[in-house]
Design a protein around this ligand. Structure first.
Ligand SMILES: [Zn+2]
Length: 347
């Protein structure tokens, strides 16, 4: 159980008043690549089976500049676990994920975020009670385990996001609510992202914006519209993939070398943004007025470090930021062999 006697860092809202906040995500894809999460189901069983690895990834993201340790409870909800026949693991999975994240957050003086997400059972007003109950149980566990705030993420329906906002606010914690905007730039219930975010703000969200699905290029224009429509803080957490006007979501990216042409979710590698593209996105988003930054599925610590450095931070991992001056062929150091440097153009 969370010990309330431990010293607390500034809360999310105070930090946002002072400047940008970075929240690294992307655990599912990272653990899928490493062989601990299955693509398709995408349920974070790794928090039960290998808590040390989850703690390690949290630490890597903090070292790279994340101000927040977000508990790995994405898809650790009742519908997903029922689908897998593992509903009995629901509470333990949530509590483990929260405890792992809390330990790292307290040690590193970062914030602990609980996390709820798209339920996949939302269909409209008839499903609200079911969805609300799913959020309530997860939010209650997050509160009991000491979360500083709760992220509600990846909602394609504005109405589902509003239910999440209401549940988080009822629990008395700040709410960061982000929408998932697919191929068409409207929510599944027909609102523009700007309209939906306005409604979320009115429902009590402290931070509104977008996460997942879209890469930097196709998320940024929508973020500008959101910034103009709300008074609260705005969040932008794209996937680090090169989505573009014709294929604006990472599910829509195509690669003709693949049997079915669809790169999502296991053949996205050649579309990955490099760290310089992430730095450019960060500067552009800052210019637009974004305050809550991060990256979603596919992100690695090097992306987060580039984001932090673009915000003029020097995270611990910057100690190992690139310096090519001592490279044998491309370097400039006087101790390097001229023969090798002359050969650089042959490499
Ligand atoms: Zn994502």
């Amino acid at each position: 159980m969370f010990n309330p006697a431990s010293p607390q860092p500034d809360g999310l809202l105070q930090r946002l008043e002072h400047g940008p906040v970075i929240c690294a995500e992307g655990y599912l894809f990272e653990f899928e690549r490493r062989g601990y999460v299955q693509a398709g189901a995408f349920v974070p069983e790794v928090v039960l089976e290998h808590p040390d690895l989850v703690a390690g990834l949290h630490q890597d993201f903090v070292r790279a500049g994340s101000d927040v340790v977000q508990a790995f409870t994405y898809y650790a909800h009742r519908e997903k676990l029922r689908l897998l026949g593992k509903e009995h693991l629901l509470e333990q999975m949530n509590r483990n994920a929260l405890a792992i994240a809390r330990d790292v957050a307290r040690k590193t003086h970062t914030l602990l975020a609980g996390d709820i997400c798209n339920t996949n059972v939302f269909t409209g007003p008839e499903s609200v009670d079911t969805v609300r109950a799913m959020f309530e149980e997860q939010v209650a566990w997050a509160v009991q385990e000491g979360a500083d705030f709760i992220v509600g993420e990846t909602f394609a329906f504005a109405a589902e996001a509003i239910v999440a906002t209401e549940v988080i606010r009822a629990a008395g914690l700040p709410a960061v609510i982000t929408l998932a905007v697919h191929r068409h730039p409207v929510t599944r219930d027909g609102y523009t992202p700007a309209e939906a975010c306005k409604a979320l703000e009115q429902a009590g969200a402290d931070v509104v914006g977008l996460n997942c699905i879209r890469g930097p290029k196709t998320m940024l224009p929508l973020i500008g519209e959101i910034r103009r429509s709300v008074d609260c803080h705005v969040a932008a957490l794209p996937v680090p993939y090169r989505t573009h006007d014709h294929e604006p979501s990472f599910q829509s990216l195509t690669d003709p070398t693949l049997p079915d042409g669809r790169a999502f979710p296991t053949a996205l590698d050649p579309f990955t943004c490099n760290r310089y593209e992430i730095a450019d996105f960060t500067r552009d988003a800052l210019q637009l007025g974004v305050r809550y930054f991060g990256l979603c599925c596919g992100a690695g610590p090097h992306h987060i470090r580039a984001m932090a450095e673009a915000l003029d931070r020097i995270p611990e991992a910057s100690r190992f930021s690139p310096d090519m001056s001592k490279h044998a062929y491309f370097g400039t150091d006087a101790l390097l062999k001229d023969e090798n440097r002359a050969y650089a153009r042959e490499l």
